[in-house]
Design a protein around this ligand. Sequence first.
Ligand SMILES: NC(=O)C1=CN([C@@H]2O[C@H](COP(=O)(O)OP(=O)(O)OC[C@H]3O[C@@H](n4cnc5c(N)ncnc54)[C@H](O)[C@@H]3O)[C@@H](O)[C@H]2O)C=CC1
Ligand SMILES: O=C(O)C(=O)CO
Length: 324
Amino acid sequence: MKPSIILYKALPDDLLARLETHFTVTQVANLKPETVQQHAEAFANAQGLLGSSQTVDSALLEKMPQLRATSTISVGYDNFDVDALNARKIALMHTPTVLTETVADTIMALVLSSARRVVDVAERVKAGEWTKSIGPDWFGIDVHHKTMGIVGMGRIGLALAQRAHCGFGMPILYHARRQHAEAEERFQARHCDLETVLQESDFVCVVLPLTEETQHLIGKAQFAMMKKSAIFINAGRGPVVDEAALIEALQNGEIHAAGLDVFEQEPLPADSPLLSLPNVVALPHIGSATHETRYNMAACAVDNLIDALNGKVEQNCVNPQVVR
Ligand SMILES: NC(=O)C1=CN([C@@H]2O[C@H](COP(=O)(O)OP(=O)(O)OC[C@H]3O[C@@H](n4cnc5c(N)ncnc54)[C@H](O)[C@@H]3O)[C@@H](O)[C@H]2O)C=CC1
Ligand SMILES: O=C(O)C(=O)CO
């Protein structure tokens, strides 16, 4: 008999078919308690769980006593209670690498659009305000050869360093828990403490995972350390940044502008002050959102679940040490 799994995200037809050759699949819209209640038997029998962007906590795991593996269509896994998974020896699979280059592209898009005011200026053109030769009130600031500060030099940080250094001639400063030999060798990146990155960078790009350590790592004191001309980018997770402090720093001119792909609350509430600040480019968490990359992530997650339920956790497993 094929193992049963719960799928809580729509998949392209060919990937769903691949999943169904290995498993009996129950598709659900979400993992809310009422949904779990509605499909109680399927949850009770499920050995695998596949989807993205929903909370997987101990209350949910209690409803899934047979669960052996969960596979998220994302690299970030802050929405999982990893301790609870570990306690039950449940594998947590994720999708690093397949999205790295796309997310780095998105960060460069934020860098360029914030510095050159692409969104703001394009909206003015559409509004019919381009009626004569433009003046300084339409100008932006240069990106090339400015100092790029990267907070979190992991896979995406490295791909960003490559773009910034090789493409735009930017010197790279970075803050990470450890020195990154490849970033230093290939891009002459300089490992610094967080304060130095904040004080010396023209662009401060945060690409950190959300953990207990990184929650609100960037707050009032950190914005105060940045240059008044600095552009702040967050493409890691919203709660890494104290959003109220960011709003204050933007309103008070403590920093020049911000480019944001992630927020403390997503979707961003309609009354967020960020939406009315002209020096903010706000994206709806689209770091990896291209047709190609989202397909590759879903395919990776499907393969990950097949592997994990076959006892193969050498690749893409967050907690291989605990797996039964
Ligand atoms: N905006 C979006 O759509 C996306 C956002 N992300 C976010 O980006 C994060 C990073 O992804 P990857 O680069 O693939 O992960 P990674 O694990 O390769 O890199 C994370 C880096 O942050 C460093 N780090 C962790 N805690 C730290 C701390 N307290 N202080 C300093 N450095 C610390 C790690 O040592 C590592 O070098 C993901 O966890 C996810 O939250 C990832 C993909 C898309
Ligand atoms: O993979 C992730 O962690 C994302 O945020 C979306 O790609």
